[in-house]
Design a protein around this ligand. Structure first.
Ligand code: DGL
Length: 269
């Protein structure tokens, strides 16, 4: 019984770790499209085509439910996939909504009209494609009114992380936070809207200051998935646990082992 987890690269391992900890009896098939990462600088059509191909690969591996643990894919491709591509016996879910529900203090599936919430000034850090999609602002507008969102497209951070250059990644995070603060000097909340960024969470927090509440997705997605599987136990699928990459398995395994500080072994997708 396996659920599919998709990311363009290694960032989704932050989600995988959280869902494994929350659901120890569920197997997960993780697919990293390392050969085509980063997605964040691609066009929406390109991201759609790559995400469809990766999701099909996870369906072929026996998964009936696939989580797009990639904000860029969730923002640029998910709605179109759900509207015109996902077969009726399969489900594909994204990672944006659990985060927005937490920020707007809503229960899962609360469809009441948008209302005022405590957080008024929100800094969104995400890839250029996610920022361009405005999916975050759209989903937020369904749930909250009067929230000012300033988005910072954090070009280069994902490439530095995927290359294992954490010194460069840290310098880039600091410069993106500075750029954001020039546009919004006092954000109340910071959204880490890319699965790679929790790996740099301490740097974001330090650069933003202790008064800014940081929201990152891993635990929120794990909780939402647990809730979903309780209501839809048949969606667990038939696949067996695996870590797959479209890139070079040896190279990807080395990088993943560095990130999570434990042995991680990928196979060819
Ligand atoms: N980690 C993915 C995200 O959550 C995408 C990073 C990329 O491939 O640019 O946005």
């Amino acid at each position: 019984m396996a659920v599919g987890i998709f990311d363009s690269g290694l960032g989704g391992l932050t989600i995988l770790e959280a869902v494994q900890a929350r659901l120890p009896d569920v197997d997960f098939v993780y697919l990293a499209d390392s050969a085509n990462a980063p997605y964040g600088v691609r066009t929406a059509d390109d991201i759609y085509d790559l995400t469809v191909a990766a999701t099909q690969r996870l369906f072929d591996a026996g998964c009936d439910l696939v989580i797009l643990a990639c904000n860029t894919a969730s923002a640029a491709a998910l709605r179109r996939m759900q509207e015109s591509w996902v077969p009726t016996d399969k489900r594909v879910l994204g990672v944006f909504v659990p985060l927005i529900e937490a920020m707007t203090e809503r229960e899962w599936g609360d469809n009441s009209p948008p209302r005022e919430v405590a957080v008024k000034h929100v800094a969104l850090f995400a890839t250029p494609a996610t920022v361009a999609s405005r999916a975050f602002q759209r989903e937020l507008a369904f749930r909250a009114i009067g929230v000012d969102v300033e988005a910072q497209a954090c070009g280069g951070v994902v490439d530095a992380i995927e290359d294992g250059d954490m010194i460069l990644a840290e310098a880039m995070v600091r410069s993106h936070v500075d750029a954001l603060k020039r546009k919004m000097p006092h954000p109340q909340a910071g959204i880490l809207g890319c699965t790679h960024y929790p790996l740099m969470k301490d740097v974001f927090q330090e650069a933003l200051g202790p008064d800014v509440t940081l929201y990152s997705q891993a635990d929120l997605v794990a909780e939402s998935l647990a809730d979903y599987l309780e209501r839809h136990p048949k969606m667990m699928g038939a696949g067996a646990a695996a870590l797959l990459t479209t890139g070079d398995p040896a190279r990807v395994s080395t990088r993943a082992t560095q990130f999570l500080r434990r042995q991680i072994t990928f196979s060819a997708a």
